[in-house]
Design a protein around this ligand. Structure first.
Ligand SMILES: Nc1ncnc2c1ncn2[C@@H]1O[C@H](COP(=O)(O)OP(=O)(O)OP(=O)(O)O)[C@@H](O)[C@H]1O
Length: 621
């Protein structure tokens, strides 16, 4: 029996060409869509996806409308003597149209699975958008892209309805396998139809099997699972606009020296504005603040990963951002190194390649020299050829710091660099970090939740609350004399009472005394207090449990409850009265275990002293 195999060759040729074209179109569309912020983004997405959900006859009909002889496109093609309808080109065209949504959406899902911090890290390391795409996005999403290509090929191979409408059934020219099956079955040639069906099944299953085998072989611990249409979380936040601020955001202080980072920015965030104005020089500045107070956003604005609504950012005399002048230097040109909270090491690159990433512009010998220097300084010898997923958390952190410093940035931004480490490693790496920062010539911003860490690493501190700096100065000043309740709270003070000056309430002379309303006691304080006093507080470790009843600010107290940590005991105390429940306490004091062993069996009431030197008097915010 003579068998005409042309449907098979036509189908394979058509699908291969359509897949090749779709590959580039789909990836380009997905890349564009990923960063697109246009309001009509959803509409375009719908148009791109529509061939997947519309019946093939509708797609075919629409293509007929666009490419028909009387359509503008048809007439234009006619002028160049190009015919699409009922030719092999029509089969390719319909295959492209139906395969495109799969290529586009699966690639987009693969791109969206990439940790955005990896792309941000690439940008801050000087990589252009093209390099970020080529050297970070593609390698990290290639499994998804291969899956997309295979699915697109399978879709192109199986296309029937639209092809029939646009290309027709011309044996040897436009008759593809699905069309051959249909007409063979309709003509009662079941054997022939069955043969084509078997061939079709064999091709499809082989392609899928090969793809799976390849995927299994190349599986990488760090690679990302990609579902064809899965979309990861996206920002979708209501924006709350508040009235424009009167503060001058067009300039920096006139006396701002050249060698420093000067910031004067305003950016509306989800629930409050980030509104900061400060400058810093070589001394590391620790940025403290509650979760969600805007610390990371500040770093992102400096690094050029987010754009403030208004303001100015200047680094060493160079304007990085100026809203009024329309200057917004891209991240890759800012010379700002950033260590992300999750380190954002490139999972497909080795330690040495990660460190070298930001030095692409240097000759290879110089690059290698700097990589070796960083590896030696961060004690990473022997790990050069390992990938990040074969490193411990501490090693990853050191690679991240080495990578950020290797390109010699003018500013180094550290976003909670120790938060993922255990306490032992934390203190080891902290020492190392302090040593590295001492050598570093640029400005450093160190964001952390950890009060003691901030105190040890940074000579100066800034406390942020809901986007505003509520305290700034030397660490001693901020910890010892916090001016407001929020600063005291954010710097770890746990005992507060509302307070009024006794001078204002009773006499005209006692300006060194306050009444602690919640504690029901009067206290002497060291510094004169103003009428604006709102709270008095004391840190838990500074409360003294004593046997000397005659000291200043000493009161009777009852033990309410205890809470134990490995080296200390927290004791909850009530002044001047027997507690009625476990929650009925005024202050919590921390004592070392040795002291606790000495006092725990003493009969109640005890005496507690709130040293006037240690009392924190806070004004209304
Ligand atoms: N791209 C964004 N657009 C608008 N608001 C954002 C954006 N990113 C974060 N936010 C909001 O800005 C606020 C500050 O977030 P940010 O990540 O800077 O906090 P943070 O102080 O670093 O917190 P954490 O210590 O938990 O990391 C949060 O309320 C957050 O919801």
């Amino acid at each position: 029996m003579y068998v005409d195999f042309s449907p098979l060759w036509i189908s394979l040729k058509t699908s291969a060409i359509a897949t090749a074209i779709t590959f580039f179109l789909g990836i380009a569309a997905a890349r564009w869509m990923l960063n697109s912020r246009y309001w009509f983004k959803g509409l375009i997405d719908g148009v791109f996806i529509s061939p997947l959900v519309l019946p093939p006859t509708v797609v075919g009909f629409l293509l007929l409308l666009v490419f028909g002889r009387n359509s503008p496109v048809g007439k234009l093609l006619d002028r160049f003597s190009i015919t699409i309808l009922f030719t092999w080109y029509a089969a390719i065209l319909t295959a492209i149209v139906v395969a495109f949504p799969i290529m586009y959406r699966t690639s987009l899902a693969a791109f969206e699975q990439i940790d955005p911090n990896l792309l941000r890290a690439g940008r801050t390391l000087g990589a252009s958008e093209w390099r970020v795409f080529w050297q970070i996005m593609l390698p990290l999403s290639y499994r998804g892209i291969v899956a997309a290509t295979i699915l697109s090929f399978a879709r192109a191979l199986g296309e029937f309805g639209a092809t029939l409408m646009l290309a027709g059934n011309i044996p040897g020219q436009t008759q593809t396998l699905p069309i051959a099956i249909f007409f063979a079955a309709e003509a009662g040639e079941f054997e022939q139809a069955l043969m084509w069906v078997m061939i079709m099944l064999a091709i499809s299953l082989t392609v899928i099997w090969l793809a799976n085998a390849w995927a299994d072989q190349t599986r990488h611990p760090s690679s990302q699972a990609v579902t064809a249409f899965g979309r990861p979380r996206q920002w979708s936040r209501p924006r709350q606009w508040s009235r424009p601020r009167p503060r001058d955001l067009t300039s920096l202080p006139a006396d701002a020296p050249e060698t420093e980072l000067c910031i004067n920015i305003y950016k509306q965030l989800a629930n409050f504005p980030l509104d900061l104005s400060f400058s810093l020089q070589q001394d590391a500045l620790g940025v403290l603040g509650a979760s969600g107070s805007g610390k990371t956003m500040l770093l992102r604005c400096i690094a050029g990963l987010e754009t403030p609504d208004r303001g100015v950012i200047r680094l060493n005399g160079k304007t990085l951002f100026d809203a009024t002048q329309g200057i917004n230097v891209p991240s890759c040109d800012r010379k700002v190194g950033i260590v992300f909270q999750n380190y954002a090491l490139f999972p497909h690159l080795t330690v040495a390649q990660n460190i070298a990433f930001g030095m692409n512009n240097l000759p290879k010998p110089e690059r290698d020299r700097r990589v070796h220097a960083q590896i030696a300084q961060m004690q990473l010898q022997g790990l050069e050829h390992r990938h990040p997923h074969h490193l411990s958390g501490g090693q990853q952190q050191r690679v991240a710091v080495a990578r950020a410093l290797a390109s010699q940035p003018e500013a180094l931004l550290l976003d909670e660099p120790f938060s993922a480490l255990d306490s032992h490693l934390r203190s080891q790496l902290e020492q190392q970090m302090v040593a590295r920062l001492a050598d570093y010539q640029g400005v450093t911003l160190f964001v952390t939740h950890h009060l003691e860490e901030a105190y040890r690493v940074c000579p100066k501190l800034m406390v942020i609350d809901r986007g505003r700096a509520i305290a700034q100065g030397t660490k001693q000043a901020i910890f010892e004399r916090p001016a407001t309740f929020t600063v005291a709270q954010l710097t770890g003070c746990k005992n507060f009472s509302q307070a009024v000056t006794i001078a204002a309430a009773q006499t005209t002379t006692a300006t060194h005394a306050v009444r602690a309303l919640d504690w029901g006691i009067c206290l002497h304080v060291m510094e004169p207090v103003s009428d604006r006093v709102a709270y008095v507080g004391i840190r838990a470790h500074q409360i003294i449990i004593t046997t000397h009843a005659n000291q200043d600010n000493t009161f009777l107290c009852w033990l309410v409850a205890t809470s134990e940590t490995p080296h200390r005991m927290t004791v909850f105390l009530k002044f001047n009265a027997v507690p009625t429940s476990a929650q009925d306490y005024h202050v919590q004091a921390e004592v070392f275990k040795e002291k606790w062993m000495m006092i725990k069996d003493r009969p109640l009431p005890w005496h507690v002293c709130l040293d006037p030197l240690r009392l924190i008097v806070m004004e209304a915010e």
